[in-house]
Design a protein around this ligand. Structure first.
Ligand SMILES: [Zn+2]
Length: 303
C-alpha cells in the first residue's frame, strides 16, 4: 500500500529574492527568527548555503526564465503555477496581470487543474471582498492565482469565510478590510493567521496562500514599511511552523526579487528562495527554477 501524499501548505510570497548581504537588504539586516528557522539558522540572502535533507530543502531558484529584462508577476506567477515558461511564450516578462498568451496555459495546466487530473484536491485560502469580484468581473482582470481558481473551479473565499475563521486576509490581520473597506470582520494576530492556515490543511491535498505586501514594500523602498511587513510575516510563519503537523509539507517561494534590494524601486533578477519543510520535502530538491515547481509538486503527490 502506498502512503498518502503529504498535506501541502504552499505560501506564495510576491517579490522576495535572495540578494547580496548588504545594508539595502532587509532580509539580511533584520533578525527574523521564523525565516531563519526555515533556512537552518541562516538569513535569507545570496550567501546562503543550500539545504538538502529528507525533511528540509532550502535553495535559490531561477526567476529570470532565460528572458532578458526584469521579471514580472504576470509571467512569473503563470510560470510558477503551471510549469510552462510563460515569459518565453510571451517573448518578455509581463505583469502584473496574466499576458494574453499565458491565459490558455493557465486555463489548461494550472496547479489546481493538474492536481485534479492526478486525483488530488487543491484549495486557496485567501478571502476576497465583494468589491474585488465586482472589479475583476467588470474588467475580466483576474490575477494569476484567482484565474487558476476560476479555471479549476476551486472556491474563491469571501467575507463570510473570513468572518467564520475559514479563510485568511491577504494582509494576515484583516486590518485593511476594517480600515480601508470599512468591513466588520474580526482582527486577527499574525501568529493566529499562521495557525489558521495550518488548520485549513485537512481541507485539501494542497492549500495555497498568497501574500503580496512584500512586493508592495519593495516598490516603496521604505525601510520602515519593509520592516513592518517582514516582522508581520515572521510572526505569521512562527504560528504556522509551530502548528505544522507531522503529515504537513510547507512550501514557500516567490515569483521574482524585489524586497531584498531597497536601493531600487523595481524588481530584480536575483534568484528566489524555495523552502520545502516537512514530510516529503526532499522531492523538491531538484527544482532549479520557477518552471519546475508545479510539475515537481504534482509528481510528488502522484506517487
Ligand atoms: Zn511588483
Amino acid at each position: 500500500m502506498t502512503s498518502p501524499p503529504p498535506r501541502t501548505l504552499f505560501v506564495f510570497l510576491d517579490g522576495v529574492g535572495l540578494g547580496p548581504p548588504d545594508e539595502a537588504n532587509p532580509l539580511h539586516t533584520l533578525t527574523l527568527p521564523s525565516f531563519e528557522r526555515m533556512a537552518g539558522g541562516q538569513r535569507w540572502d545570496s550567501e546562503i548555503h543550500p539545504i538538502s535533507q529528507p525533511n528540509h530543502v532550502f535553495q535559490p531558484i531561477d526567476a529570470t526564465l532565460g528572458v532578458a529584462g526584469l521579471p514580472q508577476s504576470g509571467t512569473g506567477q503563470a510560470t510558477l503555477f503551471t510549469g510552462v515558461n510563460c515569459a518565453e511564450r510571451a517573448g518578455r516578462h509581463f505583469g502584473p496581470y496574466p499576458h494574453s498568451t499565458s491565459k490558455p496555459v493557465i486555463a489548461h495546466h494550472n496547479l489546481f487543474v493538474q492536481l485534479r487530473e492526478a486525483g488530488r484536491t487543491g484549495a486557496f485560502a485567501n478571502a476576497y471582498p465583494d468589491r474585488f469580484f465586482r472589479f475583476v468581473e467588470a474588467r475580466n482582470r483576474w490575477t494569476v492565482t484567482t484565474l487558476c481558481c476560476v479555471e479549476a473551479e476551486v472556491k474563491l473565499r469571501r467575507e463570510d469565510d473570513l468572518r467564520n475563521g475559514e479563510a485568511l486576509a491577504a494582509d494576515l490581520t484583516a486590518s485593511a478590510w476594517r480600515e480601508s473597506l470599512g468591513l466588520d470582520v474580526p482582527l486577527l494576530a499574525e501568529r493566529e493567521a499562521g495557525e489558521r492556515l495550518a488548520r485549513l490543511s485537512p481541507e485539501a491535498d494542497l492549500v495555497l496562500f498568497e501574500y503580496y505586501l512584500t512586493d508592495k514594500a519593495g516598490h516603496s523602498q521604505d525601510l520602515g514599511r519593509a520592516t513592518a511587513v517582514l516582522r508581520s510575516l515572521d510572526a505569521f510563519f512562527c504560528g504556522l511552523l509551530d502548528a505544522l503537523g507531522s503529515d504537513d509539507l510547507l512550501i514557500v517561494t516567490s515569483d521574482h526579487g524585489n524586497l531584498e534590494d531597497l536601493a531600487t524601486k523595481s524588481h530584480t533578477r536575483n534568484p528566489v528562495p524555495l523552502v520545502a519543510l516537512g514530510r516529503g520535502a526532499e522531492a523538491l530538491a531538484g527544482v532549479e527554477s520557477l518552471v519546475d515547481v508545479t510539475p515537481t509538486l504534482v509528481a510528488s503527490m502522484n506517487k
